[in-house]
Design a protein around this ligand. Structure first.
Ligand code: ACO
Length: 274
């Protein structure tokens, strides 16, 4: 497949073998999120979302950090100095690309290679799956400099962690490593940093085998039904499947045909041949 690269920026990316490898690219500032980075990330997500050669998006960081959270100088101090309008604009740019990522067309994987602080929990949660290095370090460090975990960070830990773990994490600002993040279910899994990219590529490879319309319908369903009663979920899922059928009627029939008529695969054991 064609390889494309973009590296001269606050965001870097390569597309290869169906995977968009997108990276926070301010290693000298530990990939903290400045307004410039947030604007650029939205453009990159725009550029990649509907490309035929992108089936999975992986978000990682250049250098020692995944992301050291919001840029305390450029996102907070300098923006606050410009007044409320500037603050609201900076917030909507940050929250905007995280929201875009939560409902992205293709499955997304956070590959947490290093530091992950505060505001970083927004994009961490926005990614459908998350794999961390054992060596990665996570903290809600807001309490250490005197604010509450805003920008969704509090919501993220309440969604993902137990109430006790969320409370402890937010009140103490203590670091946890990748292993503990996996035990707490902040991420799916942690592996040694040396094997992280290979593990993520392996998971991305599994996703690339699946029907893309079914992947999008499924990832949205997992997020949507979390807030529904059982009956509302049942109704939503009927409608979501019918809508998916209208986009991709043939794929599903082909999946049944290869199993029932051709006997060329077993759906219990793997995906049909697209
Ligand atoms: N905002 C702004 N600048 C940052 C940030 C940040 N979040 N994180 C790192 N930097 C800058 C540093 O100021 C420094 O800049 P300089 O070289 O111009 O002096 C550079 O990045 C390197 O940082 P160091 O602290 O020297 O790197 P080190 O590897 O020793 O430490 C660590 C890394 C632990 C991540 C440290 O930089 C740190 O504590 N950063 C802040 C983490 C944090 O609490 N983020 C805010 C979360 S709250 C929220 O996001 C709302």
């Amino acid at each position: 497949t064609e390889k494309t690269s973009e590296t001269e920026d606050a965001v870097a990316f390569d597309v290869e073998g169906g995977i968009a490898w997108v990276r926070f690219n301010r290693p000298a500032k530990r990939n903290s999120m400045s307004p410039t980075l947030n604007r650029r990330m939205m453009q990159v997500l725009d550029e990649l979302e509907f490309r035929d050669d992108v089936g999975v998006l992986v978000l990682s960081g250049e250098g020692a950090a995944w992301s050291a959270g919001m840029d305390l100088k450029e996102y907070f101090r300098e923006t606050e100095a410009k007044g409320l309008g500037a603050v609201r604009k900076a917030q909507s740019e940050a929250y905007g690309w995280w929201r875009r990522l939560r409902w992205y067309r293709v499955p997304t994987i956070a590959m947490v290679n290093g530091w992950c602080f505060g505001g970083g929990y927004g994009p961490l949660f926005a990614c459908d799956l998350a794999f961390a290095a054992d060596e990665a370090q996570f903290a809600l460090s807001e309490i250490n400099w005197g604010i509450l975990p805003g920008g969704g960070a509090t919501k993220v830990v309440v969604e993902l962690l137990s109430m006790r773990d969320a409370m402890y994490h937010a009140l103490t600002g203590e670091l946890i490593d990748g292993r503990k993040a996996a035990a707490w279910k902040l991420v799916n899994e942690s592996v040694p940093l040396s094997g992280l990219k290979a593990r993520v590529a392996e998971v991305a490879g599994v996703l690339l085998q699946k029907n893309p319309v079914a992947l999008k319908a499924t990832k949205d369903a997992i997020r949507r039904v979390a807030e529904m009663t059982y009956d509302n979920a049942e109704d939503y899922l009927v409608r979501a499947q019918e809508a998916a059928n209208s986009f991709d009627n043939e794929g599903r029939k082909e999946g049944i045909r290869q199993f029932i008529d051709e006997k060329s695969y077993k759906p219990g054991l793997g995906a049909y041949d697209k």
